[in-house]
Write a protein that binds this ligand. Structure first.
Ligand SMILES: *Cc1c(COP(=O)(O)O)cnc(C)c1O
Length: 379
């Protein structure tokens, strides 16, 4: 495979070699929970019990590791299971730095659950290297980056943060869900671990939950996480691994179209008088644009907008959309829009006029026409 230079090719082939036994080109789905062994427990083909590993899952692990350029990967029942299992490997009393703008599930973990077991969770603006440097004057066990971030689309400098984090003794983790390895490869930029909710772009069709961690090195921490996963059991089912692996094969093509669509929609929205602000790192006016241009191949298909006229105007606009669906989540074929403040619980962090948008694979003209009729009643 050493002639392969493009991630889109890796996405099609890694973990997808034809089946040795049958020559089947599409990967087989192995549902068996148990595998025959010798009388003294000798493994026949390397497998023992589904929770400890199975051939379909191993194909997906191989694909994820190859795409992110890591030595090994673990898959989980969900993105949250991946995060939780990793954070559970930290010792009591460990100090962890989390981003101020991030996925709400991560925020719930570090506000509600981590303090219960003695983890010191501190929130920093990861887009501000000086602030992170100041927070790193005392030792840090883990530094968590999410870039671009949910839902404000803040951009963090991965190489800069990796240097600062490593100097403070931290393991540097990047949630790469929004970008995918097709657009951004954090391990090559200095991070130690990449986390994914494969529920989003990897699955790609809004029909399969999953999570992953990819490790730059097959080191002690990678082994500790794999052991904890196998014992505590938040494993990905083989069927979900198989669907996600199927998603990998079209990831390159889908990301290219998601990104091309996003650029056209952003151009429309940024010029529209009813829109106060568009948060998308591809805009030259975005504060993180230069960093994003350095560390991303393209700027992705996630964005948020702030609508003129406050909460009522914003909800009215979202309610008029016909091609976009009002729903949470992202990365599927269909474009989704969500009023984050309505779903963030009693103390929402998002502005009341903010809508988060996942640009799908519909024709851009139809998406723009839908936004136009919702914003100004022209159809
Ligand atoms: C969805 C998401 C998660 C959580 O993943 P689940 O698969 O829903 O458990 C974590 N981080 C980001 C950025 C997400 O979008």
């Amino acid at each position: 495979m050493n002639t392969i230079r493009h991630p889109a090719t890796v996405a099609v082939h890694a973990g997808n070699a034809p089946d040795e036994g049958t020559g089947a080109v599409a990967p087989p789905l192995h549902l068996s929970t148990t595998f025959r062994h010798g009388p003294a427990g000798e493994r026949v083909a390397g497998y023992e019990y589904q929770r400890e590993g199975n051939p379909t899952n191993d194909r997906l692990r191989e694909s994820l590791a190859a795409l992110e350029g890591g030595q090994t990967a673990c898959t989980f029942a969900s993105g949250m299971a991946a995060m939780t299992t990793l954070l559970d490997c930290l010792p009591n009393g460990a100090r962890v730095l989390f981003p101020d703008d991030c996925y709400s599930g991560l925020r719930m973990l570090f506000q509600e659950f981590l303090p219960e077991r003695g983890i010191i969770a501190e929130v920093v603006d990861m887009a501000d290297l000086e602030a992170v440097r100041a927070a790193c004057t005392t030792p840090v066990a883990m530094l968590w980056i999410e870039t671009p971030s949910n839902p404000l689309m803040k951009v963090s400098d991965i190489p800069g943060l990796a240097d600062i984090g490593h100097a403070a003794g931290a393991v540097v983790v990047v949630d790469n869900t929004f970008a995918t390895p097709l657009l951004q490869r954090p391990l090559a930029l200095g991070a130690d671990i990449v986390m994914h909710s494969t529920t989003k772009y990897f699955g790609g069709h809004s029909d399969v939950l999953g999570g992953a961690l990819v490790f730059a090195k097959d080191d002690e921490l990678a082994h500790k996480v794999a052991h904890r996963l196998h014992v505590t059991g938040a494993v990905l089912s083989p069927f979900n691994a198989w669907l996600t692996l199927r998603g990998c094969r079209s990831l390159g093509a889908r990301m290219a179209m998601h990104c091309a669509n996003a650029r056209k929609i952003v151009d429309f929205l940024a010029a529209h008088p009813a829109i106060e602000r568009v948060n998308w790192p591809g805009l030259a006016s975005h504060p993180g644009h230069d960093i994003a241009a350095r560390q991303m191949r393209e700027f992705g298909a996630m964005l948020s907008i702030e609508v003129r006229g406050g909460r009522e105007a914003t909800l009215a606009m979202a309610g008029k959309l016909r091609v976009f669906t009002n729903a949470t989540s992202l990365g599927g074929c269909e474009s989704l829009i969500e009023h984050r403040a309505s779903v963030e619980g009693p103390n929402p962090r998002s502005p009341q006029n903010l809508l988060r948008i996942s640009i799908g694979l519909e024709h851009a003209d139809d998406l723009i026409a839908d936004l136009a009729q919702a914003l100004d009643g022209t159809d």
